[in-house]
Design a protein around this ligand. Structure first.
Ligand code: ADP
Length: 493
């Protein structure tokens, strides 16, 4: 049975779960957004690569390899082959606004680990940018300014291309078309380069055509593609956060409400135990004084009436005690006071106190205290006494004739009390439910014995709090019962 305190603890759990869930969701969203961003970048880059490859391959196919043979040294720019090659390159380059450079290079005849330029799309007059005539100057990379020693440097045949040594793709392109691995940013901007070999009739690569495509816009496109999605993700995170905060807030309010009603109930238990028990004690006391003649001689009728008042008040007081104990259990406010004592003495005490009832019921009683001289344990003596007394009292109540045997024995490091009677017994189906709240067997209801059905429930709670066990065995209706209480003995025993 869960007490309200346990429920409150359970509620505080979900608050932490909520906060953790919020963090997890935010982390997952950040992580998946990153994954999505890079995946989109990859896809768009792949797309760009395919476009550059197509452009480079088409432009390379437009170049006659024989023309390239004629372009070996600087003066060769004057040859008609130069005009043909450059104009074709020029046409290919200016068919697409994003192309920054388009040029042809090849391995040098002397050293195949070095490269030289063969032609460039803008070098129809290779000295245009280094002469004084600004009217013929060319802004090769189309950035709005002419930088003759920078990006707008023009090429002529056989001009060395020393940077190629650091570009493995420039060499790999001899074996087939490819693009640079990544987008790269250099002094000419962020570009990606496509390479396509130019082959002679025999199928040998004689040069490579390179196309540098502007990729600055590419990031803008990526961001633009992802922007609506990111806005949606941020919005979603916001909504989820608000939801979680609302749920946490409601939980907390609910927890506070439960805490408050828990406090109210505790207050009520305190109030009830004082307000109900005190008058009952007084009634019991005065009834007993009347019976004992403390107020002078009383007639037999009055004595009988006072006795009835005394007995009923006693029953009522024990009912009130049961209810208060159940409330304490459910509020988690059952207090225990553990001390060291001898269980044998306690059992003997219970038997002595209840002996008059046993005699009045005409029952035989036997106590078998076992071989141990003492049964020391650490427990709440009053509560344990209450349990033993309740079970012993039940045996007296539910045994119309016959006997009660109380056994005390040691089983390993445990003490076991067995209270056996020859009474009305308990049917097998009822046994598993008997220690529940308000549980009474049908045969007990048939007897004229009144009861709350709370005694065994309280007994089970108390014994469980002692880390012990309480259970019952019976052969069934009319066959007597055997109740067992098992508690740990003190280790020092
Ligand atoms: P109460 O005795 O007030 O009804 P308990 O919780 O002490 O409540 O017992 C619960 C039920 O267990 C009883 O109503 C009765 O049906 C059964 N019971 C307890 N002790 C015995 C017993 N010694 N013999 C037969 N039935 C018993």
């Amino acid at each position: 049975m869960d007490s309200i305190k346990i429920i409150l603890k359970k509620i505080k759990g979900p608050v932490w779960v909520g906060i953790t869930a919020l963090f997890v969701i935010i982390i997952v969203i950040i992580f998946s957004s990153r994954v999505l961003y890079y995946r989109t970048v990859d896809l768009l880059t792949e797309n760009l690569r395919q476009r550059i490859l197509t452009i480079s391959i088409t432009a390379a196919a437009n170049i006659d390899p024989k023309n390239l043979d004629a372009l070996q040294v600087e003066e060769d720019w004057k040859k008609p082959e130069w005009a043909q090659v450059v104009s074709r390159l020029h046409k290919s380059k200016y068919s697409n606004d994003d192309i920054v450079f388009m040029y042809i290079f090849r391995k040098t005849a002397i050293d195949p680990t070095k490269m030289e330029f063969v032609a460039d799309a803008d070098s129809i007059y290779p000295y245009a940018n280094i002469g004084g005539d600004t009217s013929i100057q060319i802004d090769v990379n189309r950035d709005g300014k002419v930088e003759p020693d920078g990006p707008d440097k023009l090429q002529w045949p056989g001009q060395p291309y020393p940077e190629a040594i650091d570009i493995p793709e420039a060499f790999e392109a001899y074996y087939g078309p490819l693009t640079s691995q990544d987008l790269y940013t250099d002094e000419y901007g962020t570009v990606i380069t496509g390479y396509a070999p130019i082959k002679d009739e025999a199928g040998n690569t004689v040069a490579v055509l390179a196309t540098d495509v502007k990729a600055d816009d590419f990031f803008t496109i990526t961001t633009q593609t992802l922007r609506p999605f990111l806005i949606f993700i941020i919005f979603l995170t916001f909504i989820i956060s608000i939801l979680i905060v609302v749920v946490i807030h409601s939980w907390r309010k609910y927890a506070k409400f439960l805490e408050k009603s828990n406090d109210d109930k505790s207050e009520f238990v305190g109030f009830a135990s004082h307000q109900l028990r005190s008058p009952l004690t007084a009634m019991k006391g005065y009834a007993s004084l009347i019976i004992e003649g403390d107020y002078g001689p009383v007639s037999d009728d009055l004595k009988k009436a006072a006795q009835i008042i005394f007995d009923s008040t006693k029953t009522l007081a024990s009912v009130v005690d049961d209810y208060l104990n159940v409330s304490r259990i459910e509020l988690g406010e059952m207090k225990y006071n553990f001390t060291r004592f001898d269980l044998k003495d306690l059992v003997q005490e219970v038997i002595n106190e209840h002996k008059p009832n046993v005699d009045a019921a005409g029952l035989a009683l036997e106590f078998i205290p076992g071989k141990q001289s003492s049964y020391d344990l650490i427990a709440d003596k009053e509560k344990l006494k209450q349990v033993i007394a309740n079970i012993f009292d039940n045996s007296v109540k539910y045994t119309p004739h016959g006997s009660i045997t109380v056994r005390l024995e040691r089983i390993g490091d445990k003490a076991r009390i067995v209270i056996k009677d020859t009474g009305i017994g308990i049917s097998k189906e009822v046994i598993p439910k008997l220690f529940g709240k308000f549980k009474r067997a049908a045969n007990a209801n048939k007897t004229n014995i009144r009861g709350t059905g709370l005694g065994l429930f309280i007994a089970k709670e108390i014994i469980t709090a002692h880390k012990g066990r309480v259970w019952v065995e019976s052969e069934g209706d009319g066959k007597g019962s055997e109740f067992y209480i098992e508690v740990n003995l003190d280790n020092k025993n």
